[in-house]
Write a protein that binds this ligand. Structure first.
Ligand code: ADP
Ligand code: MG
Length: 618
């Protein structure tokens, strides 16, 4: 019998291999744009005809190619970017596989023009089915132009798989944006069927992002910037109000490479915490730079996933960096800044990377955010933000009338920009002056230079949160023993849940003893809770906890603490005595972050004397 195995001809092998790299016009766009960037271009122009089905052309002013290279670049595994396997671990270019141009040449008609600065004439090369059909000298400016025509002209089955022009164009724009965002110092343009769709002048990162995402983002970006020995994170996150119902403007770049990472996305979401609605997505454009040896980019060329040497650290850094910047811009309640306990405990997070790097690391701000006693929420004092709003309010050039402005702002206390910053140095309550309760909701207290309006329920929620958190993390709360222990009968599921919570409940002062058959005996309750309705309190707690429990971003303890503090807080409508008001206000200001509740609502508003004077035109 004859042997049946034979080698495939080059052009067929190339066509098959090309399927991996060039799946649609957008794949070629990405590869060509990246090649231009790798070639050091400062100007890159993309021309598209018929959603790339007829033409994808990229013209750059990069370093160009020699006559021999202009032909060589279309060979499979032809690359100038790596020489040996070790180079793989220090990749600084976007490409390195030497597959893109070979793939494009296998499935399209290609024309290349290129010239280097040192050559007087450029080279023109025409390729079809992986074969050079024409090569000649030509006049050309320094740089390279590559045209890919009639994609899949020789693989009709694949051409049929292309989507509508609108869909393919969408993919092209996505790829264009990703490259353009990664290199703001390079000019990019995109022209489709003769019409210029993008014209992106080289500029700052913020300019580039606003150019791409739209000017509505201009005042709505908060910058993120943390540097450590291990990695740098920079970029922008959109203020909470830019969150969208669809997963739209979310971009992560690692060493300038666009990546998709559900894991890192989760880290950002977690940093936004409860500042945005559950079903909406924050916008962000974040760049992570780290030693290339810490990243495995040697995954599939068209995959946007990435493997990190240590994912958990990256997660923690991303989360902390975003939280930190939201806090610095007074957008986030600072108390939310405790890191997930699991991550906090990691050596890599709680200790500097190596002892010899310790000094450098200790001085980096991100390291501090991790180590100042769990205070990833450490906030550098901001001097300007407090006054900003009031300034524009009083400035004659504000468009709003004073009335509108007051109305608008006080009607939406969630708007964080008006939350006064608490500064312990400047704010102190005047002792021995009487406090005033308004509508059984607000407490007015005189301060050394004005007065504050405290929301009794929100303030108490903050106080309890701090107290329970402390208890949950070690300082057990005193328990008062019940004289007449109450029995609690639960459903099987609730009993199982409560079982799980027993140790945490004990930490905050609830002593519950299981007595079989889904029954518990309440032996003791936290010392500062009025005895009498403990049964109801526990049932309510279980209910709220269930509500919360799909929320994976909080630990069990954190959820419990949040439920408890909300549940036990004095409600509005309750009359308070002078003594009670005084204790409440004093306790509020001994909290770590007196100005906000754990979920970000302001607890009080401050009215300073000079504001008041100016309001009365004095
Ligand atoms: P890779 O980018 O992985 O090296 P490619 O197939 O994309 O592989 O490109 C092959 C080679 O062709 C590159 O290594 C580079 O030397 C050269 N090249 C490609 N595009 C350009 C360009 N626009 N300007 C200059 N050289 C280029
Ligand atoms: Mg390449």
């Amino acid at each position: 019998m004859a042997n049946i195995i034979h080698l495939l001809p080059d052009n067929i092998a190339n066509q098959i291999a090309a399927g991996e790299v060039i799946q649609r016009p957008a794949s070629a766009v990405k590869e060509l744009l990246e090649n231009s960037v790798d070639a050091g271009a400062t100007e890159v122009k993309l021309f598209i005809t018929d959603a790339g089905k007829a033409l994808v052309q990229v013209i750059d002013n990069g370093k160009g190619m020699s006559e021999a290279d202009a032909k060589m670049c279309f060979e499979r595994h032809a690359t100038s970017k790596i020489k040996n396997i070790d180079d793989l671990f220090s990749i600084k270019t976007m490409g390195f596989r030497g597959e893109a141009l070979a793939s494009i040449a296998a499935v399209a008609q290609v024309e290349l023009k290129s010239k280097r600065a040192e050559d007087s004439l450029g080279t023109f090369v025409e390729i079809e089915n992986s074969a050079v059909i024409k090569q000649e000298a030509c006049a050309f400016q320094v740089g390279t132009s590559i045209s890919m025509k009639n994609l899949f002209f020789n693989v009709p089955a694949r051409r049929n798989f292309l989507k509508s022009n609108a869909a393919e164009m969408r993919h092209i724009v996505d790829e264009f944006i990703r490259v353009a965002m990664a290199f703001p110092n390079v000019f990019f343009s995109l022209t489709s069927n003769g019409q210029e769709v993008f014209h992106l002048e080289a500029g700052s990162l913020k300019q580039r992002i606003v150019q791409i995402l739209g000017t509505q983002y201009n005042a709505k970006l908060v910058s993120v910037n943390e540097e450590t020995d291990y990695m740098n994170i920079y970029g922008f996150v959109g203020k909470p109000e830019t969150a969208r119902k669809t997963r739209g403007d979310q971009y992560f770049f690692v060493n300038n490479r666009f990546i998709k990472s559900a894991y890192l996305n989760h880290a950002v979401n977690a940093a936004f915490n409860e500042m945005i609605a559950k079903d909406s997505f924050p916008s962000y454009v974040l760049y992570i730079d780290l030693d290339p040896s810490q990243v495995d980019i040697n995954v599939h060329p068209t995959k946007q996933e990435i493997k990190f040497e240590d994912e958990k650290i990256i997660y923690a850094f991303v989360q902390a960096a975003v939280k930190h910047s939201l806090a610095q811009f007074s957008i986030a309640p600072s108390l939310d800044f405790t890191l997930n306990a699991e991550i906090q405990g990691l050596d890599a997070v709680s200790k500097p990377f190596t002892t010899d790097k310790k000094d450098a690391a200790v001085s980096s701000s991100l390291y501090k955010t991790f180590t100042q006693k769990n205070q990833a929420h450490f906030i550098e004092p901001s001097h300007s933000s407090e006054l900003k709003h009031w300034k524009s309010f009083f400035d004659g050039n504000s468009n709003q009338s004073a009335e509108e402005s007051i109305g608008a702002n006080y009607a939406t206390p969630k708007q964080q920009s008006i939350t006064p910053n608490y500064q312990s140095k400047t704010l102190s309550i005047i002792p021995d002056t009487s406090l005033l309760q308004l509508h059984h909701t607000y407490i007015i207290a005189s301060t050394n230079n004005g007065f504050i309006l405290v929301h009794q329920q929100l303030a108490h929620e903050r106080i309890l949160y701090d107290r329970y958190s402390l208890a949950a993390h070690g300082q057990q709360m005193p328990t008062q023993q019940s004289l007449f222990p109450v029995e609690l009968d639960l459903s099987g599921a609730d009993a199982a849940l409560l079982h799980d919570l027993l140790p945490d409940l004990l930490a905050i002062g609830y002593q519950l003893i299981p007595s079989g058959n889904n029954r518990f005996v309440i032996q003791g309750i936290p010392a500062d809770i009025l005895a009498g309705n403990e049964k109801h309190a526990i049932e309510l707690l279980i209910e709220q906890f269930k509500h919360f429990s799909s929320d994976i971003k909080f630990s069990k303890r954190e959820k419990l603490v949040r439920c408890m503090s909300r549940q036990q807080a004095i409600k509005t409508g309750q009359a308070l005595t002078q003594k009670e008001m005084l204790v409440l206000v004093e306790e509020l200001f001994s909290c770590s972050s007196p100005n906000v509740t754990p979920t970000g609502s302001p607890t009080y508003l401050e009215f300073k004397e000079d504001y008041l004077d100016r309001m009365f035109g004095r």
